[in-house]
Design a protein around this ligand. Sequence first.
Ligand code: B12
Ligand code: SF4
Length: 486
Amino acid sequence: MLRIFMANVFLINAPYTEVYSKVPTAEGLNPPLGLAYIAAYLRENGHEIKILDCEAFKIGLKDLHKYIPSDIDVLGVGSMSASVNSSNKTIEIVKERNPDCKAVMGGSHMSAIPELTLKSYPKLDYGIMGEAEETMLELVNAIEKEKDTENILGTASRAKDGNVRVNPRRSLIEDLDKMPYPAYDLLPMKKYSPPAHHTNFDGTVKLTPFSLFFSSRGCAYNCTYCASKVVWTRKMRFRSAENVLGEIDLLHQDYGVHCLEIADDIFPIEGPRLHKILDGLIERNYDLKFNCLNRVDLVRKLDTMKKIRKAGCYLMRFGVESGSEIVLKSMKKYTTKDQIRDAFKMCKEAGIPNSASLIIGHPGETRETFRETLDLMKEVQPTIAHFFIAIPLVGTELYDMAIKDNLIENPDWENWVQMPEIPVMRNESLSPHDMLELRKMAYKEFYFRPSYLIQKFLSIRNFEQIKYYLRGARAVVSLLKVKEIA
Ligand code: B12
Ligand code: SF4
């Protein structure tokens, strides 16, 4: 007799606020798009999927068991380093009710160190490295049909001899337009909102409904501290303008989205595709604004920048990282101080509010190089600046440097965040304590300059802006209060 077994697949966005949100700059909530992409792809191929977003429903590990059904066959969780322990505890909780279910982990952390991760978490059955849609489908199909799973490309698993078996990765999906849009319908889309520090400089951005959004995958650059390549490799793949605009139509028309975070590693890359997307947005004239990431050396044409603003860009975010060319070189950022100056100047001319994020404590950084950074930020005056502490993310060159030179001092994964209470690493000149001290100094000097305060005060035109600035001020003050390690 034919046995029909349909695997129940349950994807969980494990709780992470407890580690990530120790400081209120983290306010805001992103939809777990990785899970939504996996869900859409499995569903298109005949599977039934559920997603539980613990963050959206404010479910902590303590209460998670109450939300776990008892018919799960395959459980999927993601992994960023800082919350990988939480992902693992999620697996343990699910397996208490579903002892036979197979637990699969994907995401950045697993992609970088599959063997160590499987060894560290005995309840975890499979890891998926890199882009995961096709691999997860093959794995779920094999589990469902009780077939051998040992040789599936892109997976890590426990071999029969007890060792961890790590298979080669599979090739990337060639045509991203063939992928279904993320399964937004499985997510509580009304609950998401952008982080406090991204928004509403002029009080005109409707913050919700909000979504994260990707028009491409990957980045061709190779900055030492960045984990993008760990999942996506260094090949950039782009969805067509039509496909991108189709998804924006869906988000705006079906989910009422007013605010998008275009989280592509680099979005505004000059060329016909960008212009088609911008023209499409201008033509639609939706009540929808977006923020996006860019590199300073890719800001070249004022006309394009003006068009980006017209299309609804309320914030362009730059990973400036340092104002010292010695450190920029050590980071393999391949940008210069003049490019930084020119990019912020052009943003101002185009009327695009902007942000600069900076890293404190990369190898090569000294008190003097950080002084250069701070002085440059005060000179170019981004609308806002974030001063993050270096994290040697697994799978990056910075991680290799940190291991080689024995720089890691506080290895608990919970510390692997950009605003840590205890920084993960030191460098040759700065201790974790020095880095916290420099961060404090940076926030004080950047935000409490009389010229900055007067400028912000004079720019206030409406109540929304007052609310926004009060939120920002609260975040900065709380950062200044973060207690320092001895
Ligand atoms: C949005 C985002 C966030 C959001 C979280 C959004 C969310 N709900 O998931 C917020 C702002 C909270 C965040 C916080 C942090 N982030 Co973040 N974030 C991103 C960003 C920009 C996009 C993530 C995303 O949605 N990508 C799109 C989807 C499609 O990709 P994906 O998630 O990787 O999923 C694919 C695969 O990885 C895999 N996959 C992922 N999950 C799962 C689960 C299963 C079951 C399976 C099978 C497969 C699978 O399949 C997906 C499709 O192929 C990425 C950079 C990037 N370009 O991806 C950084 C990134 C993931 N973040 C990173 C970091 C470092 C952080 C922070 C530490 C930074 C900080 N401020 O301190 C914190 C840590 C928070 C935590 N949870 O521990 C690093 C991760 C490195 C690491 N080893 O941890 C990245 C890669 C940035 C970078 N370039 O270095 N982040
Ligand atoms: S930091 Fe930005 S430019 Fe550098 S590799 Fe990462 S995504 Fe690319």
